[in-house]
Each structure stands twice: as C-alpha cells, then as structure tokens.
Design a protein around this ligand. Sequence first.
Ligand code: GLC
Length: 513
Amino acid sequence: MTQSPHVPWWKTAVIYQIYPRSFADSTGDGVGDLGGVTSRLGHLRDLGVDGLWLSPFYRSPMADFGYDISDHTDVDPVFGTLADADALVAAAHDLDLRVVVDFVPNHTSDQHPWFVDARSSRSADHREFYVWRDPAPDGGAPNNWRAAFSDSPAWTFDEATGQYYLHLFLPEQPDVDWNNPAAAEAMLDVLRFWLDRGVDGFRADVIQCIGKTADLPDAPPEMDGLPAVLLDFGEDTHRHIRSIRQLLDSYDGDRFVVGETSVLDRARMVSYLGDDDELNLAFNFLALYSTWDADVWRTELAESYALHDAAGAWPTWVLSNHDLMRHRSRYGSEARARAAAVMLLTVRGTPFLYQGEEIGLADAVIPEDRVVDPGGRDGCRAPVPWTAERSHGWGADPWLPFPPEAGRLNVATQTGDPASMLEHYRRLIDLRRATPALHGGEIELLEAPDGVLRYRRFTDDRSGDLVEIAINFTDGPIDDAITDGRWLGGTTPRAVAGTTLGPDEARIVAVDG
Ligand code: GLC
C-alpha cells in the first residue's frame, strides 16, 4: 500500500489573527490582555478556525504597540504574565487550537538590555548586535535610507559614542545586525524559548529586511520617497531565513513560520520560500492592496499560483490585518465583504482572518485627540465588540473607540442569526473543513462574464466533489455566471439555483466532472 504524503497542519488550516490590545479585556482596564484571549477561545472554536496568531505581547515600552520589544522572553504587564501565556497555550491546545506567536527579528526596542549596553560604549559587548556607522563626511547620515512611518532618515546619531545607528522603523526600534553570528544566535534563542513552551509556529515580522549587507549602499533613485523596508537586502536575508527554518525543522509537530514579506514584487515574495528550505508560508501583500474588481483578482490569483507552483510552494491569502484599513472599509460595503469571505475561504491556500472581520467590522473613526499610533493605523485596531450594550463586553472605556455600528456588529447579536456575517463565516469554515477539494486540492480559473470571478476546486486525484465558485464583483445581476449545480453555500444563507448571480452574490456549487 502506498502511503499518502504527510500534509502539515498549517496547509489545511484557517488561522485567526489576534491583536491582543483590542481582542478582549479580562482586567477591566480598557486594554485587552492574554486572560481576555483565553476567556474567548470558545469563540474561535465555534467559528471553526484551527489556530490563532497573536501579535506581540512581550515586554515593550509600546512606542510601536509591542513591535518594539525590550524582553522577548517575558510578557508585558499590560497583557499579563508568562504564566498567563502558558495558560493560554494550554487552553488553546485543549480545544485543538494551534498557537502561532509573533517573532520580531529585524529590530528590538531601544530599551532592550542589548541596546542599552550597545550604546554605552563603542567597545560594549553588544555593540555589534546593532548596525552602527560613522557619519558621512558632511556629518550627515551614512546613507540615504528613509525610515517607515515618517519621512525621516533611517539613522539616528548617538551623541555619546559619535556614531549613527540604523532603524528602518522608529528611532526607538534599532535594527539588529543578523550578520553578527552572536546576534543571530541570540535571536534563534528567542525562537527556542517559545518553541520549548509549546507554540506551534511564528509569524515573522518584516523578515525580508534581516540581512543587511556590510556596505549598505544608497537606495537607488527609483526608491525616492519610499521607506528602506522595501529594499531588496539580498542573499544574506535568505541565509538567515534558512537558519530559522532549520531550527524549526529540528522540532517535531510541523512547527512553521509565515513571513510578513511586505514587498510589492510577487516573485521576490515567493523567493523567500526558497527551495522548501526558507519560510513555510509568505504573506502576499499585493493581494492586500488589490481592489475589489474581478479582473484584478483573476490576475492576482493566476500570477500567484503560477509562481507558487513553479517553486513547489503553498500560498496564503489574507484580506485584513492590524496595519491596513480593514477590507470591509476598503471594498466599501458589507455585501462586498460577504462575497470576499467566500473568495478568501474557497481559493487554494491557507487563509488568515483578522479579528473582527467575522462580524463585518469596518475601521473605527478616530478623533484627532485619540490618535495614538505613529503609523496612522488606529482605525483597524479598534476593540472587538462582544455584546450589544454600551460597554460591548469591555470593562472600562477601551484604549481606542469602538468601530461603527457596534450595537449590531458584535458577537452576541450575530450569534444564531443565519443572515449575520458571523454565521456566514461559520458556514464557510465548516464547508471548507468538510470538503477536501477546498482545504487541499487544486484550483482552475474558468472563463466568466465581465465582473465575475469563477473557478473550480478538485482534489488531486479528482475523487471527491468538483466544486465551482463564482463571485459577482458588481452591484447588478449577471447571467450565465455559474453552473447550475448542487448548492453548497455562498453569500445567501439559503440555497439558490440557476445560472444567474445576484448583485454582490458569491455562490459555491457541486458540479459533475
Ligand atoms: C510590521 C508590523 C507592524 C510594525 C512593523 C515594525 O510591519 O506588522 O505593526 O509596526 O512591522 O515592527
């Protein structure tokens, strides 16, 4: 008997991103925390996802809300304790939910003991953990790189030691020099620490930036006005990613790493998957920037699949995260967000959901006096409303205002209402789990009338259902848009038949091969 090949869990999974500050608050201080996450794991189980990814909850001065880490191996008091993290991992595992944590390899906080030591003198033990350079001959920054979130140089001059240090993000986030073996090893130790505590994988923050070449040449003229995070840092980055992968592969249980490969070149994004020896998965940022248009998405899917197939790699799909306007807001209507959910959960690849999309949240409107993020991302980070009443399940007034229509767009109100976004997501995730052609299998893009994206899914051996999906990206009905097959699901809560798709309708049918 031939054995079927081993399929790692993360290939067939649906993974749910949690931004801990805004998910659920167990202490009543208005800031979400790990106890809050643990108390709401039932929501994730009922939604049907397989795992959760937690944005950073480590010790941090919060200049970048946790992406500036001052201790990688402890929990910030605002989120709880290390014991709370252990309890969360254990409780999730008891419910068969995997836990993915954020790994921020490119930089630390300027308050991290490594950097505090590094800036204390040129001969400090940790000096070379970071990227230091002498001033240019005119006393200015060593090269023309720009930092993210501002139009400022990616360099800050350190008066005490007379050199500049590199920071692709805020000055409070100095870049780590992975080309220094001791720094790279210390970063791998961070992974070991969390692997040994039982986490199932990592989301690696701006992983494409970790390999800085020694000579740090100026960015080319076409990068004028763009942040240096978009530069191609070359082979060193690939080498460091391979060391991360080797470490993960030395553990059992299909531990994996998904990279925040926020680059605008699809081939480069796929290059970080290597020859199955770099990242296991890479986020596709071009898809996050794709507009709600059938042709745009057809091209997006076709090009992504071609590149992933050529590399023998598995794609991922994501529509929203904690850094960008939510897709409900970008696409402009709830009806489109419903159709988008059908697409996200039926295309080939691992889907990642962002907390709150399952209840149809739009970005919050943030009054000027409540803006807190230096990167202008507060709107998508608004707290998740759990209940209809004024406090929406939060004790004190939360750290950011709630998203619009929280009296309707909350978990309690939508539970059990077949027409709600929440029940729509639950049905889609159930169907995906029950249908091998959807959670594994192949995809074929089909011809379709203008405004419609249409594709088929089937298992590699074509043994199960042949599933057809069609999505109407327009606000009018379209004829001959889908085969008249056996209804499996879609934007309508009840079965519909025929070959016409209504406005903003998406439908999933089983058809005869
Ligand atoms: C990533 C994170 C973002 C953070 C930045 C710097 O893009 O997703 O939230 O600000 O890296 O760590």
